[in-house]
Write a new protein. Structure first.
Ligand code: UD1
Length: 430
């Protein structure tokens, strides 16, 4: 297994181009199952989850081309992806794929809406919590689907098609909102989703669906109204910038006391993160094409954060901000309200000298003067990158193991950081 070696302590200075958003691209790709025509997505990030989803869509019968080349084996290194699902030849989303990438379960709504059948593996537990599927299942049931759990799979059928419903989510869920939104575009009648997620990735999906001929109102609000149509058609769409990648590199500038220009992105996508960074002592200048971020003060101030659904502070930026707070002046209370088990980075940050105590859903971070490099290991995507950030600030050498987590969601991470002066390299396992 590959690892990443960082010799820390260097301020990062330079420019980083932000890639397309993985978490937007995945549901946009799944939307291709709603039409016989071709969907073309540009600004696609080159990360492992995209390749995994291409394999899944192809095994449902879709064909995919990346920059004009066939990519049915799932391997991809391009930017523009065309997917054509003119025939659905299999309705099964196998355990092997959904277990690795929960977004695979998003095919359930579109398959039910298009052909009235889906057999989708339950994702199972994952490192950051149990992550159930109850909201997806009960929403689709309210739309007329019959769903049984058999042998670890959700076996769903709607022989007469899906019908409209008024669905109120008891918890805000990005995935359940996306799944039901896609299903409702082809259902009979008008579906209302209450307490829907408002994340920018949902707005990206609504904009694409609209271009495909869907009738949806309520973008960016917690009430979405979808009038079902008979058919959707093909479209061309540009994937939004990755707000989590934007926030992660913003913290790289602040944690190392450097100055980085982030391009191909938008500050408004990470307003809650930038607000905290400014409180902590960062300077942010918004530009036409992104932002420039630097650290104005010699030391960082400790600032409390609580993760919340958008527009609140994102859970996917919790571990990175914790890395920054480990070297703050004073203490910071970090409260995680979205996932129940999202502090696995704490013992690893402690290996670098951080002083963190976890009490239930909150972690009290008492800032230390400096971190010192050590070998560490990560259990999920955002935890891994928090260790990279801590390693960039730490004195000496940090080796991060299990980098396959990083490869799921960060495109050319070492290259982007090295271009700003980081001493970072990938050690390829022989
Ligand atoms: C998406 C993001 C992930 C991010 C998360 C929260 C993608 C591919 N992934 O994940 O990076 O961390 O949003 O912003 O976009 N829940 C239920 N029942 C359900 C579904 C969810 O109880 O049926 C709970 C979850 O356990 C969690 C909360 O709802 O506590 C939010 O999860 P959700 O928004 O669904 O996360 P994902 O869509 O899986």
């Amino acid at each position: 297994m590959d690892s990443i070696r960082i010799r820390g302590g260097k301020p990062l200075n330079g420019k980083i181009e932000i890639s397309g958003a993985k978490n937007a691209a995945l549901p946009l790709m799944v939307a291709s199952l709603l039409t016989e025509e071709t969907l073309t997505l540009s600004n696609l990030p080159h990360v492992a989850d995209i390749s995994t989803l291409i394999s899944l869509l192809c095994q449902h019968g879709a064909t995919a081309e990346m920059n004009g080349q066939s990519v049915s084996d799932g391997c991809s290194d391009g930017r523009s992806l065309s997917i054509t699902a003119d025939r659905i030849t299999s309705t099964e989303a196998p355990y092997d794929i959904v277990r690795k990438m929960r977004a695979g379960a998003l095919v359930m709504g579109p398959l039910l809406a298009r052909i009235g059948k889906a057999r989708v593996s339950l994702p199972g537990g994952c490192a950051i919590g149990t992550r159930p599927m109850n909201l997806h299942v009960s929403g689709l049931e309210q739309m007329g689907a019959e769903i049984k759990i058999v042998g670890g799979y959700m076996e769903a059928e709607a022989p007469a098609g899906l019908t409209s419903a008024e669905i109120r989510f008891e918890t805000v869920s990005v995935g359940a909102t996306e799944n039901l939104l896609m299903a409702a575009t082809l259902a009979k009648g008008t579906t209302v989703l209450e307490n829907a997620a408002k994340e920018p990735e949902i707005i990206d999906l609504i904009q694409l669906l609209r271009q495909m001929g869907a009738d949806i109102e309520g973008d960016g609000t917690e009430r979405l109204v979808i009038r079902g149509v008979d058919k959707l058609h093909g479209a061309r769409y540009r994937v939004m910038p990755d707000r989590i990648e934007t926030g992660t590199y913003a913290i790289a500038a602040v944690i190392t006391g450097g100055k980085i220009e982030l391009t191909n992105t938008r500050a408004e996508l990470i307003r809650s993160v930038l607000d905290i960074l400014v409180e902590a002592g960062a300077d942010v200048v918004e530009t036409e094409n992104g932002l420039v971020i630097s650290r104005s003060a010699a030391r960082i101030n400790g600032v409390d954060i609580m993760t919340l659904p958008y527009p609140g502070y994102p859970t996917d930026m919790q571990a990175q901000m914790m890395a920054l707070m480990t070297i703050a002046d004073g203490a910071a209370m970090i409260t995680e309200t979205i996932f129940e088990n999202r502090f696995m980075h704490v013992p690893e940050l402690a290996r670098l000298g951080a002083n963190i105590t976890v009490h239930g859903h909150s972690a009290l971070v008492r800032g230390v003067q400096k971190l010192v490099g050590a070998p560490v290991m990560a259990t999920d995507l955002r935890a891994s990158v928090s260790l990279v950030l801590a390693g960039l600030a730490a004195e000496g050498e940090t080796v991060i193991n299990r980098v396959y987590h990083l490869d799921r969601g960060y495109e050319r991470l070492e290259e982007k950081l090295a271009a700003c002066g980081a001493d970072i390299e990938r050690i390829v396992a022989s």
